[in-house]
Design a protein around this ligand. Structure first.
Ligand SMILES: [Cu+2]
Length: 692
């Protein structure tokens, strides 16, 4: 899943195949787990690791039904967590979890879980902590096997995945893609219906899926982005890597610059959405506000697995008071946050003022607005982002009169389907920029890299197209153990681009390591007017960031689009993953495991916006900075941290770039002094080459 800076293996099936020297050993090939090319962090998977990988895949198989793996069931039945308390670093959560289970107070299996519901979330956290605090793999597995058939499946999947991502002894374990664990959240009801029909006849089927809505709704032109499976997975995985409920000190696992990353990743999602809008002749997305009607409605046309449509929102709907969150509160929270921004200081719980005028201020603000558990004052500044999700999710049944299920905005897996997601985040992003715009412009000394000049940037023709992709619906359908699985897939349309290579010609007065930062921005706005750089910076998306060595004299740095630090390739399917693991356990193949494997990452396919048929002009920027000043640790300069650091940071390391995220476009720009010799811009054209 990760990418590396090592020479790439270009085999078309994206696995690395090492032919052995003897014919006898020909059957045993080494393949990388997770579908990635073999990278720097790859090591051979031993039997102990393979067993862990297999057990995790089994635990996540058909989670809506009772566990089919007898050994795991027996392990769970025989396990009594409260008799094994010394096996947990902190036994309190598991004790409490069992107490709630015995009292029948846990969210039942089959019920809809949402992270935004306090009770649902608190119970999920108890399970997560039980799994995290298990002293060893054995205890972890027993706890998970016990919970698999006793805890709500939504809570179980979320807690298990976050635990696997954060335990030292499960590093490198690959999780199935979320759209295969719960396909219902990713495909529409029509598809599920057709899939059931096929399943009843036990016939293999491929069901075509259309995007939500009709062409009479202009927003539908960009539904391919908001409803993209990879995009939704990226967003869901990001919130697993950086949960808002994370207790850093208690868990002993720091999440450095999490508030800043919250701002930056979401800012980039909106900027990317805006570039897609421009490509489709739509203006930039407008922020929403609490006392204004939401112009565009949304009909998700998606059904929960247990039944019940996701609630729809008609056009021109207004926000309403919910039982626990009032519209006026949201307005008050906003005013207080803006006050803090203009004063460049937030009020803490003890009534002190905490300065946010330094570059680190954005992190404090991110923690305040999301909010994370590190909010400087939760009561005073509230929970603008999280409550925003809830306000939108429950907008059509604010008094719970009709007991409607949670809306798409109440799951990270489905939130980006609703165009209001981008409007909510634009409103939040504007707050972040109110703050950023108060910071001083970068000085020429901060921007320049003396002695280093970019002479030229070349790039292949940039071309995009639509293609079809089949999603495995195996887990969407109830069945019985006696019936064999038949292959039923949903066929979705998705954006992709031709792989491209760019090269940067650098002239340097000395050998040095440079961070190469590559960005793409719009050239013209919706009215066809050229956008000045100081406005353009809001719509600039990061394409890549990597470290390269330049020699004294001229150096040409080349880089492939597939190596981008923003993206990950397609996730491996559960089926392929399972097969690889079984083959490796049986000794038929050798697996390599990447301990830095990432599940979070923007899809490689979406690296470029769609552009237009007749070619759409964009601006490409390349910025070189001094790696010696950017580096935060002593790892090799070309270490790739699993491949998707730009939007996803790392797991287990510091964010590997000391510069503010989005540098140098995150602050106001004076166009007369901005373009030092190490900052280069040129026009590029993105051409959309037809549809399927
Ligand atoms: Cu989000």
């Amino acid at each position: 899943m990760g990418k590396s800076l090592a020479p790439a293996n270009n085999s078309s099936n994206s696995t690395s195949t090492i032919m052995s020297l003897t014919w006898l050993a020909l059957l045993v090939v080494a393949v990388a787990l997770g579908g990635a090319q073999a990278g720097i962090g790859d090591v051979p998977a031993d039997q102990a690791f393979l067993t862990k990988q297999r057990e995790v895949l089994r635990l996540l198989n058909k989670v809506h039904e009772p566990n089919r793996y007898k050994e795991q069931v027996e392990l769970g039945n025989a396990y009594e967590p409260v008799n094994s308390l010394p096996r947990y670093k902190n036994p309190a959560p598991v004790k409490q979890l069992v107490r709630l289970y015995r009292a029948g107070s846990l969210l039942p299996r089959g019920a809809i879980f949402t992270l935004f519901d306090d009770t649902h979330r608190e119970q999920m956290i108890l399970l997560f902590e039980s799994l995290l605090y298990a002293n060893d793999w054995e205890t972890f597995l027993r706890t998970a096997a016990w919970a698999r058939d006793r805890v709500n499946e939504g809570q179980f999947v979320y807690a298990l995945c976050v635990a696997v991502l954060h335990r030292e002894d499960t590093r490198g374990v690959v999780l199935p893609p979320p759209y295969e664990i719960y396909p219902h959240l990713f495909v529409n009801s029509e598809v599920i219906h057709a899939a059931y029909k096929a399943k009843m006849r036990q016939e293999p089927a491929v069901v075509h899926m259309n995007f939500t809505g009709t062409i009479r709704n202009p927003e539908q032109r960009v539904a391919y982005l908001g409803e993209d499976l990879g995009m939704n997975s990226h967003h869901a995985q990001w919130h697993m890597d950086f949960p808002f409920w994370w207790k850093e000190e208690e868990y002993g696992i720091p999440k450095e610059r999490k508030g800043e990353l919250f701002y930056y990743m979401h800012h980039q999602l909106i900027a990317r959405f805006d570039l897609e809008r421009l490509s489709n002749d739509l203006p930039f997305v407008e922020p929403l506000y609490w006392n204004e009607r939401i112009k565009d409605g949304f009909y998700p046309q998606t059904t929960y697995r247990v039944g019940g449509e996701f609630p729809a929102r008609p056009d021109n709907f207004a926000f309403h008071d919910l039982q626990n969150i009032k519209v006026q509160q949201m307005i008050d929270y906003t005013r207080r946050v803006r006050e803090a921004i203009s004063q460049q200081a937030v009020i803490t719980e003890t009534g002190d003022l905490y300065n946010i005028s330094s570059p680190e201020g954005i992190n404090v603000l991110g923690e305040l607005v999301e909010p994370s558990t590190r909010s400087k004052h939760r009561e005073y500044y509230g929970a603008l982002h999280n409550y925003g999700h809830i306000m939108l999710g429950q907008i059509t049944d604010p008094k719970r009169k009709f007991n409607m299920p949670p809306g798409v905005m109440e799951h990270f897996e489905t939130a980006t389907r609703d165009p209001a997601f981008f409007r909510l985040h634009k409103y939040i992003d504007n707050l972040f920029y109110e703050h950023k715009d108060l910071l001083p412009r970068y000085t020429v000394e901060e921007l320049d890299l003396p002695g280093t000049t970019i002479e030229e940037v070349q790039v292949d023709p940039l071309e995009t197209f639509f293609e079809y992709f089949d999603v495995d619906l195996l887990n969407a359908l109830d069945d019985t153990e006696e019936l064999p699985d038949v292959s039923i897939h949903a066929r979705v349309r998705r954006l992709n681009h031709k792989p491209f290579v760019f090269s940067v010609k650098v002239n340097s007065d000395a050998e040095r390591l440079v961070t190469v930062r590559v960005f793409l921005g719009p050239k013209y706005d919706w009215f066809g007017q050229e956008i000045p750089i100081n406005d353009k910076r809001h719509y600039i998306v990061e394409i890549d960031k990597f470290v390269a060595k330049v020699n004294a004299g001229k150096t040409v740095i080349t880089r492939k689009s597939s190596e981008s630090s923003v993206t990950i390739p397609d996730r491996e399917t559960t089926k392929v993953l399972t097969q690889k693991v079984e083959d490796a356990i049986a000794g038929k193949a050798q697996l390599t495991v990447n301990k830095d494997v990432r599940h979070c990452g923007y899809p490689d396919r979406l690296l470029l916006p769609k552009g237009r048929r007749d070619g759409m002009p964009f601006t490409l920027f390349v910025v070189l900075t001094d790696y010696e000043k950017d580096k935060v640790n002593d790892l090799p300069y070309d270490y790739d941290y699993g491949g998707s650091v730009s939007y996803c940071g790392t797991l287990g390391h510091r964010y590997p770039d000391a510069k503010p995220m989005g540098f140098p476009f995150d602050r106001r720009i004076d166009q007369d002094s901005f373009f030092t010799k190490n900052i280069y811009q040129r026009d590029v054209t993105i051409t959309f080459k037809g549809s399927v």
